[in-house]
Design a protein around this ligand. Sequence first.
Ligand SMILES: Nc1ncnc2c1ncn2[C@@H]1O[C@H](COP(=O)(O)OP(=O)(O)OP(=O)(O)O)[C@@H](O)[C@H]1O
Ligand SMILES: [Mg+2]
Length: 84
Amino acid sequence: MIAESLSNAAKHARASRVVVAARLLPGELVVEVADDGIGGADPGGNGLRGLADRVADVGSRLEIASPRGEGTRVRAVIPTTEIA
Ligand SMILES: Nc1ncnc2c1ncn2[C@@H]1O[C@H](COP(=O)(O)OP(=O)(O)OP(=O)(O)O)[C@@H](O)[C@H]1O
Ligand SMILES: [Mg+2]
């Protein structure tokens, strides 16, 4: 998810900044990639659809916020299992 989102930011966003954040909380891993570029990402594109599918396979939903002119934020909250 991070690799595809960074690649999208580099290819499409015309951003000056990209922030990658991951936080491990009890029971979930939150992953976010946000850029300050042009926005307008199309969730129906092949790359983003593939990403949504892969994230769905691990029980999560991909959230894409990409208003035009206001950057793009891709986020997933992935449930984790405890390692005994
Ligand atoms: N971070 C972003 N900023 C601005 N536009 C974006 C961003 N990410 C995606 N887009 C737009 O949404 C479209 C769909 O993205 P997607 O990743 O599905 O396809 P792609 O990157 O064009 O092709 P692929 O991922 O298959 O190489 C892109 O073509 C681009 O127009
Ligand atoms: Mg892509």
